[in-house]
Write a protein that binds this ligand. Structure first.
Ligand code: AMP
Length: 427
């Protein structure tokens, strides 16, 4: 039951509570383990940055920057924004910390909250959480693109995320001019159908026609299908690069589907872009997006640097795990200590200390309860076992352990008790 409190969390934000937070921790832990096997180390960055960093990196004309950032003036009147994404910060940190001096490439991952003032709905929040990774510096060999994607799919596999689909595309290279030529063709084609497009899309014909391919507006879908495809306009280098990325994915047994409309909402991407969808999420079914961004570090004032990365939407990942029934949570407690009497209480405090030291989760009621009441409490919090301590048990030097699932009881000495509980511990 919820009660109405005087203060409520701001629209689009929410509290993450136990036991669900155990699932969040497990997902993050598996990400850390999988990413470490690919040689990635963790970076922790500030949650706010100069507004200009995002305007420059993400693009002043993107929805994220132009409509969705939480920006405010600091006391010295510089504009600061809560980070809407983390790639810009990772690149800033790479430059600021002289990471180009380290052996290249530098492989980093992060986890944490991001902020975008979007319209809240299932799987879309104003404070949401991402797990992301970036490879900066060194070569732009297609094997790197494929390995980053392979790492992602390994992670999704490890957490048992059901119904994942990987979509890939190449959006060409502005330096090779193939993207520029394609954008001009696209713009010309869009001018011909302008009157049939919505207001947002009409505006984007001038500002960012590529973004139109992302449109989810029902009335625009048939029109978009008639537009020129970028794959028919890639230059020789970009075409060869895309073919090589696909064959590197095949070499690794990574299954993908091509999607020519996958352009992604942030300006910094070039060549490889990818997105992963999962089941049970309705219209917000993308759990991860990423791509190559070779020009970004330079755009932020650093040396020419190759880059590729991705961001996983952790909120959606958790939702999909829950919808798919793959979200079994650890039991409430390993053991509940039911005690009655003064000597048993001292024994209970000692037992709690020793059991916790052995890594078991223990609930020790702070006040004396009748055994029947205590066992009821133990059931309520989902304990697996109850340790029953009365005067007789203390006198015998043994404790009675009751299995709360089947009601069986046994008497055990303390070392046997710890060994038995550890064997039966919830993982
Ligand atoms: P992006 O940073 O836009 O490339 O998004 C990467 C991933 O973050 C998406 O695939 C989503 O899973 C997730 N994401 C983006 N925006 C939100 C949001 N407002 N609420 C929840 N998840 C989001």
């Amino acid at each position: 039951m919820t009660t109405k409190s005087k203060f409520q969390a701001i629209k689009g934000t929410r509290d993450l509570l136990p036991p669900e937070t155990a699932l969040w921790n497990r997902v993050e832990q598996i990400a850390r383990e999988v990413f470490a096997t690919f040689g990635f180390g963790e970076i922790r960055m500030p949650i706010f940055e100069p507004t200009e960093l995002f305007a420059r990196a993400v693009g002043a004309d993107t929805d994220v920057v132009s409509k969705e950032m939480y920006s405010f003036d600091d006391r010295d009147e510089t504009s600061i924004s809560l980070r809407p994404e983390a790639t810009a910060s990772v690149c800033r940190a790479y430059i600021e910390n002289g990471m180009q001096q380290l052996p290249q490439p530098v492989k980093l991952y992060y986890t944490g909250p991001m902020f975008r003032r979007e319209r809240p709905q299932k799987g879309r929040y104003r404070q949401f959480y991402q797990i992301g990774a970036e490879v900066l510096g060194g070569s732009d060999a297609p094997a790197i693109d494929a390995e980053v994607i392979q790492m992602l799919m390994t992670f999704f596999d490890k957490i048992n995320l059901a119904g994942t689909r990987l979509y890939i595309n190449s959006i060409g290279h502005s330096a090779d001019n193939c993207r520029r030529a394609y954008v001009e063709k696209l713009r010309a084609a869009l001018q011909n159908v302008k009157d049939n497009l919505g207001a947002d899309s009409q505006r984007r014909i001038d500002t960012n026609p590529l973004r139109l391919l992302d449109s989810k507006l029902e009335s625009e879908q048939a029109i978009i299908e008639t537009l020129p495809h970028i794959s028919d306009h890639l230059c020789d280098d970009c075409r060869a690069n895309y073919a090589a990325v696909k064959s590197e994915l095949e070499l690794r047994g990574v299954i993908y589907k091509e999607n020519w409309r996958l352009v992604r909402g942030l300006d910094y991407y070039m060549r490889t872009t990818f997105e992963i969808t999962a089941q049970g999420l309705g219209s917000q079914n993308a759990v991860c997006g990423g791509g190559r961004y070779d020009g970004l570090v330079e755009l932020l004032g650093g040396p020419p640097t190759k880059g590729i990365g991705f961001a996983i939407g952790e909120d959606r990942l958790i939702l999909s795990l829950q919808e798919g029934g793959n979200a079994s949570l650890p039991q409430g407690r390993d053991v509940y200590i039911a005690w009655m009497g003064q000597r048993p209480y001292a024994a209970a405090v000692r037992a709690a200390k020793n059991l916790r030291k052995a890594g078991l989760s223990v609930e020790l009621p702070p006040c004396e309860l009748k055994f029947s009441k205590a066992l009821g409490q133990a059931d309520k919090i989902g304990a697996k076992f109850a340790l029953i301590l009365g005067d007789n048990d203390v006198a015998e030097g043994l404790s009675t352990l009751k299995n709360l699932a089947d009601g069986t009881q046994q008497k055990l000495s303390e070392p046997d008790l710890i060994a038995f509980l550890q064997q039966n511990q919830s993982k």
